[in-house]
Design a protein around this ligand. Structure first.
Ligand code: TRP
Length: 465
């Protein structure tokens, strides 16, 4: 391979970049409203089980395949002399296109809210419905956001992200802890905690399972080869399993913290937790207002600024996947590849942008194509893409990666790769667990849920009551 590939400078650099990819809108925007829609703590329990038992092993396999081959998700399967399996990478690239197309729209909301907080417009929370309908404004923020993403990716992942992630993530955690302490002091906080922490297992149904699984893959950036790509920049003496443990704990920890902070606020303000995609945006501005005009502006704008940065380290990883593919496989110069791909994805995101709000184009998309379900609050095109990409493609990709690592690449080769940087891996309980998970657990569980998800989401059949 003539193309020079960069490397992460340090173990911390890789962990931060991968955690930067994982931690984003998925943790702070999507996780809480999915918990709200999925009946609270029961959803949280399902989500945690999926993260640790299914997603963590898939994460290890993805990083190992990337480091072994030093290629993008399509090239990786060719490099292992199994070109027929490169469809996994191609599906991943398609998923990346779809996810980034809507993700950028939500990132634009976050960035827009940063500006609103900066000028002290706390009323924007209750006007969220109108805010997202203003497609011109959101579109301009979206264009700006996609351009920032493209700018960073064009300078190479290592230099671009390693530095940014180093101080942004700790700052985000600090501000969330401050908000958490405040939220716990409010009247009604206890009801929020009860909703969030005490599971009512009768709330578990098909919808909860499919969304919790999709959320687990989405939040950890798995199932589309993003971590194959990041793994390809990792050097041989770093410990993949140890890094994957850190990344998983960090991502799950931040999502959990976001919920812990938010639900007391939601309940103390009497907001409906089942309200859909606006939950964080509707809830927080009122809280910032109560902090007083000066504190409110400082804390509120800082929060949404940090949220925007968290989104940026995620959009970077989403864009990096197709870019590394066209750079490696089609020998397109990096800068051109970046701007063409980013432009195309922005265009694909236009329906998601226009689908917002009661009278937005496609706003009743799911209803129009006949897939609406009882109790649904969000019928938009943006929601539809999440069904397709997050809830269907990502777990399917994860299943294929497990099957590939266990049966095609073979466990011995996986173990050999993982032993680089971790002398004690071979023969450890961790090895036994990972091998069991990718050989039996993940393929079977993901296959069953995949079939049920497709039946439910696209044929309207509810197999689990
Ligand atoms: N994990 C990110 C979030 O939670 C989103 C994301 C970034 C992603 N890269 C990904 C999701 C790759 C799936 C695959 O916000």
């Amino acid at each position: 391979m003539a193309v020079h590939r960069g490397e992460f400078n340090s173990r911390l650099g890789f962990i931060l970049a991968a955690a930067g990819s994982a931690v984003g809108l998925g943790n702070i925007w999507k996780f809480p409203f999915e918990v709200g829609a999925g009946g609270g703590a029961a959803f949280v329990v399902m989500y945690l089980i999926f993260c640790f038992l299914l997603c963590f092993p898939v994460m290890v396999a993805e990083i190992a395949i990337g480091r072994k081959t030093r290629r993008n998700p399509v090239g990786a399967f060719k490099a292992l002399k199994t070109p027929n399996w490169s469809f996994i990478g191609k599906l991943g690239i398609l998923s990346g296109f779809l996810i980034l197309s809507f993700y950028n729209v939500v990132a634009a909301w976050a960035f827009g809210f940063f500006i609103e907080m900066l000028v002290g417009n706390f009323a924007i929370g209750s006007e969220f419905g109108n805010f997202i309908k203003d497609w011109l404004k959101v579109g301009i923020f979206g264009l700006l956001f996609m351009s920032m993403t493209a700018y960073i990716v064009s300078h190479g992942v290592q230099r671009g992200i390693e530095r940014a992630a180093k101080f942004l993530m700790p700052s985000l955690i600090i501000i969330m802890v401050v908000l958490l302490i405040y939220s716990l002091s409010l009247e009604g906080a206890i009801d929020g905690l009860r909703f969030y922490l005490i599971p009512d297992f009768s709330k578990i149904n098909g919808q909860v399972i499919y969304s919790a699984l999709g959320q687990a893959f989405f939040s950890l950036s798995l199932g589309m080869g993003a971590l194959i790509t990041y793994g390809s920049y990792l050097n041989k003496n770093q410990d993949i399993v140890g890094s994957a443990v850190m990344i998983t704990l960090m991502d799950v920890g931040i999502a959990f913290l976001a919920g812990l902070m938010l639900f007391p606020l939601v309940f103390s303000q009497g907001i409906e937790p089942n309200g859909g995609a606006g939950l964080v945006f509707v809830t927080l501005p009122g809280v910032f207002e109560n902090l007083g005009p000066n504190m409110g502006v400082v804390v509120g704008s800082l929060f949404f600024l940090l949220l925007s940065f968290a989104a940026l380290t995620s959009t970077v990883s989403l864009l990096e996947v197709p870019v590394s593919y066209v750079v490696d496989e089609h020998k397109v110069p990096r800068t051109r590849a970046v701007w063409l791909t980013a432009g195309l994805i922005f265009v694909i995101g236009i329906p998601s942008l226009l689908s917002q709000g009661a009278n937005g184009f496609f706003s009743n998309f799911i209803e129009i194509i006949g897939l609406a379900r009882e109790g649904m609050t969000d019928y938009s095109f943006l929601e539809f893409i999440q069904w397709v990409a997050n809830d269907t493609f990502l777990p399917f990709g994860g299943m294929m990666i497990s099957i590939y690592a266990a049966y095609i690449w073979k466990k011995e080769n996986l173990t050999e790769e993982l032993a680089h940087g971790n002398k004690n891996y071979a023969g450890s309980n961790m090895e036994k667990f990972i091998n069991f998970a990718i050989t039996y657990l993940a393929p079977s569980v993901l296959a069953v849920i995949f079939v049920l998800t497709v039946l439910n989401r696209f044929f309207g059949i509810d197999s689990i009551a």
